[in-house]
Design a protein around this ligand. Structure first.
Ligand SMILES: [Zn+2]
Length: 158
């Protein structure tokens, strides 16, 4: 699991320049039914740490799509029609465990909802101290039931 995430985790922001012929609709948002439980979990974990995050009012979309860029498993993007969208690669999603799915969704929401950048600091064991690792550094991703609490504490410390 760790190598796969490490090799493939990147943060890509897509910015599509606004066209002048946009339809006369306000920004839309949509959360895929299989992503919604992870969005809910993110808000619950934030609330447990006294952080009020409302992904609905932030209009953050969540969708599973085929990401064509190589080695990219997730994105937090901003487009004209989707002010903020978390996209997870369909092939990664289908092959991943619950914890692996949580990892990528929480990482991307770290960008989209918490406005965090990457953190590639490692502890004395060489493990990444943050979910917000770029995935391209030398720190080792070790997101397990045993390390989850501490990593979520770090994530929700702004
Ligand atoms: Zn990232």
């Amino acid at each position: 699991m760790h190598n796969r995430i490490k090799k493939t985790l990147f943060y890509v922001v897509i910015i599509l320049l606004a066209g002048s012929c946009a339809k006369d609709e306000g920004p839309q948002y949509f959360v895929d039914g299989s992503i919604q439980p992870y969005f809910n979990r993110f808000m619950e974990e934030a609330a447990q740490r006294n952080l009020n995050i409302d992904l609905d009012s932030m209009m953050i979309s969540g969708d599973i799509r085929v990401i064509n860029a190589q080695n990219v498993i997730g994105q937090c993007g901003h487009t004209d029609t989707e002010p903020s969208v978390v996209i997870v690669d369909k092939f990664y999603w289908d092959a991943s465990s619950d914890l692996e799915r949580e990892f990528v969704i929480f990482h991307e929401l770290g960008h989209c909802a918490l406005f965090k950048g990457h953190n590639d600091i490692s502890d004395t064991q060489g493990n990444c101290v943050s979910i917000m690792t770029s995935g391209t550094s030398s720190c080792i991703i070790n997101y397990t039931a045993a390390t989850r609490e501490a990593l979520l504490d770090e994530l929700f410390t702004l």
